[in-house]
Design a protein around this ligand. Structure first.
Ligand code: SAH
Length: 391
């Protein structure tokens, strides 16, 4: 096992629980310096600090798995997974059979995401170190969920940065069907585990869907960036008079239609609109009681923040324009690089430009199955507001 030694005085963040060690903090490496895998971390005086996943090719050289001298083996993963499962079962059993079981750093397992969709588990291994531990993770998952099938969706830019190719396909049991039916809050949703966004569904918006459900009676709702229509179905189930869903993806809208049918929810053919939300909102001739604005991440890198801020402002300004007096806006940003305070300022700017007076009814964020480590606030990506407009 390689040994990493920190420069003098660089141990403080580790001791305080931050899981990432950047290359600049490391003074020297002993052992197999070229190979990604489990490594030990020491301070400059040789005192053992932590154990984690090492990648000599990544700027983040080590991602800490434990601050205790425990073996990283199947039983380590079994302990972490059972702990995470217990938390989810405590809060979500009876409400849904789809949730995030492991949320990377937020569950103290950097580089690993595991989502559950009924009898299917979808895993994502994002780092070279965690990729090397795949066998142990799968063994532990099989042990914990003996009847479930496991599918892998390891892809995306983080893997590229780690020097890894995409790896997608079945790992254990049956390959999932084209669409998997999951249940949440007495609604059925469809998740495309093999090719859909994320691992197939926006599990992270569950609490906000339930909130919308509770607000929608007799309302006319505009659902922007609807994807497969999960917010829209929740609004209709909550008694909405009409829901207009707008998305640029034809397959997503086709699935949205199937979701409505599956739940016996009525919507006219032209209530599902394939359009660019930016131009739809700009040209929209009518008004709504509730607008949902849930765009994809508009700032993938820190350098995108200025341009993204402009886009968020445009969207929020035009959303406010189509809002009736007394209406509600549910507005979100899922960009990790746009913190809550900045997003609030952007929305404030839109409110000022619109001439409307707004109140924050609720700050919105990630649900209980997307925890954030208190020691790694970088994991907080989803933020939003439920805003009320005066007139
Ligand atoms: N609100 C959804 C998730 C939104 S994901 C849910 O809760 O399930 C973002 C969606 O925005 C994707 O479906 C993508 O197809 C769509 N999209 C991205 N850019 C768009 C644009 N300019 N106009 C319309 N839709 C867009």
């Amino acid at each position: 096992m390689p040994k990493l030694f920190l420069h003098k005085g660089r141990e403080q963040p580790v001791v305080r629980g931050h899981p990432w060690i950047f290359s600049g903090a490391i003074q020297r490496v002993e052992g197999e310096v070229e190979v990604a895998g489990v490594a030990d971390l020491y301070d400059s005086s040789g005192l053992w600090l932590a154990r984690g996943c090492y990648n000599p090719k990544s700027q983040i050289r080590l991602r800490i798995l434990t601050w205790r001298e425990e073996a990283i083996d199947k039983s380590f993963f079994a302990r972490r997974l059972s702990h995470a499962l217990e938390r989810r079962e405590q809060s979500l059993s009876g409400l849904t059979n789809a949730y995030r079981l492991i949320n990377g750093e937020g569950d103290f397992l950097p580089g690993l995401v595991v989502d559950r969709y009924g009898d299917y588990l979808v895993c994502q291994f994002f780092t070279a170190g965690m990729d090397g531990l795949k066998g142990m993770v799968i063994d532990a998952l099989r042990h914990l969920f003996p009847r479930m099938s496991i599918y892998e969706r390891s892809e995306g830019s983080v893997r590229e940065e780690e020097g890894l190719l995409p790896s997608v396909g079945p790992l254990s049991g049956d390959e999932p069907p084209e669409l998997v039916v999951v249940e949440e809050n007495q609604l059925k949703f469809l998740a495309d585990l093999r090719g859909g966004q994320k691992t197939g569904f926006y599990l992270d918006q569950r609490e906000n869907r339930i909130l919308l459900h509770s607000l929608s009676r007799e309302k006319a709702v505009l659902n922007c960036f609807s994807y497969t229509g999960a917010f829209g179905a929740s609004a209709l189930k909550g008694g909405a008079r009409q829901v207009i869903s707008v998305d640029s993806s034809r397959p997503a809208l086709e699935t949205a239609r199937r979701v409505l049918d599956l739940n016996d929810l009525a919507a006219a053919a032209d209530d599902l609109i394939r359009a660019d939300v930016f131009s739809y909102l700009k040209n929209c001739p009518r008004q709504f009681d509730i607008v949902v604005l849930d765009p994809p991440s508009l700032a993938h890198r820190r350098g995108d923040v200025a341009a993204a801020s402009g886009s968020y402002k445009f969207l929020n300004l035009h959303a406010l324009r189509v809002l009736r007096p007394g209406g509600l806006l549910l507005t979100f940003s899922c960009s990790q690089h746009i913190p809550q305070e900045l997003f609030q300022k952007i929305v404030f700017g839109a409110a000022v430009d619109s001439g409307k007076r707004m109140q924050i009814l609720k700050k919105l964020g990630q649900p209980i199955d997307h925890p954030v480590s208190l020691h790694h606030l970088e994991g907080e990506y989803l933020k939003g507001f439920l805003l009320g407009v005066l007139d």
